[in-house]
Design a binder for this molecule. Sequence first.
Ligand code: GLN
Length: 239
Amino acid sequence: MELRIAYLYPDQLNIYGDRGNILTLYQRCQWRGIAVKILTLGLGDSIDPDEGDLYFMGGGQDAQQIQVCEDMHRLKADSLKQAAANGAVFLTICGGYQLLGHYYKPHNGDELRGLSLLDAYTVAGNTRYIGNVAIERPDGSRVVGFENHSGRTYLGKDVTPLGKVIHGNGNNGEDGMEGAAVGNLYGTYLHGSLLPKNPALADELITRALARRYGSVTLTPLTDQFEQQAHDRALALKS
Ligand code: GLN
């Protein structure tokens, strides 16, 4: 088996260690003998919608989001929508998450149009939400990470959040929700990196991404001793 990861805008959208998510996906596959192909897609590149099983887009400052947004609509949006319709997995973090929704309205300047793959929109607030976050997913599992954003994201009524906030701010600091998870589309504010200390989520993404071409896949369990320690340690951080 081979997992094909399409890494969108690695030079523009890669803050707070977001690249660690790619390394984690890569390493967890390698440990299991699953081959990994990483395709980087930067400014000026166009995409074949069938090339990726998992598309990743990290976070960035507003200035980078503006660059990316223009390029995305010119060269990539149709293919990304096609890839989503074909069942590819999307993991998007912070600025990338905002662009998966309908729009992000920065403090100054025009609205940045998103892909509208998620029924959600984001508006910049007057303060930044900065700090450690823990959330509880619908299955009771926990996910930990670090947030730093001024955007407030509001989900449409049929969009399920990734989880409920245990501590931190999450989507907007008001409704107690964090991120979004709809089918194979995942968005979250959690940097950190997210996946090294949330191994169950990493495996969920790998399983879903492989299922697209290989059907139902059961991953060999890993010991995850250090990953679990990192997770537990982050869960105990309250600010
Ligand atoms: N510009 C966005 C915000 O501040 C994204 C920040 C980020 O990706 N860390 O809301």
